[in-house]
Design a protein around this ligand. Structure first.
Ligand SMILES: [Zn+2]
Length: 107
């Protein structure tokens, strides 16, 4: 997985819109790949496990779509709880998150 993002010594405070979109695209592609893999798992796969996994992936895909909307309207990367910027390190791991770590714990 290479995202073509050059490593710079000084890290920016916020992801650029371009970076945010790249990361979200990447997450979405990964989830769609997982869904396809589940569909191709065939008759050996356990129905219940599969549908639970599909539900989870479906929820994440909705979160990703919502994050794309926030990139568009400019509210991306701002915590819904405390309204402070979500640290870039967190967005790199979880680009579709709506909360910073402390607020996520309370959510
Ligand atoms: Zn917060």
């Amino acid at each position: 997985m290479s995202l073509d993002s050059p490593r710079t010594a000084s890290r920016p405070e916020r992801l650029t819109v371009h970076e945010a979109r790249l990361r979200l695209e990447h997450e979405r592609a990964a989830r769609l790949t997982q869904l396809r893999a589940l569909d191709e798992a065939g008759p050996d796969a356990e129905e219940q496990v599969m549908s639970a996994q599909k539900d989870t992936i479906g929820r994440v895909l909705k979160e990703i779509d919502a994050a794309f909307d926030r990139v568009t309207d400019g509210s991306y990367g701002v915590c819904r709880g405390c309204e402070r910027p979500i640290p870039v390190e967190r967005l790199e791991i979880l680009p579709y998150t709506r909360f910073c770590v402390p607020c996520q714990r309370h959510a």
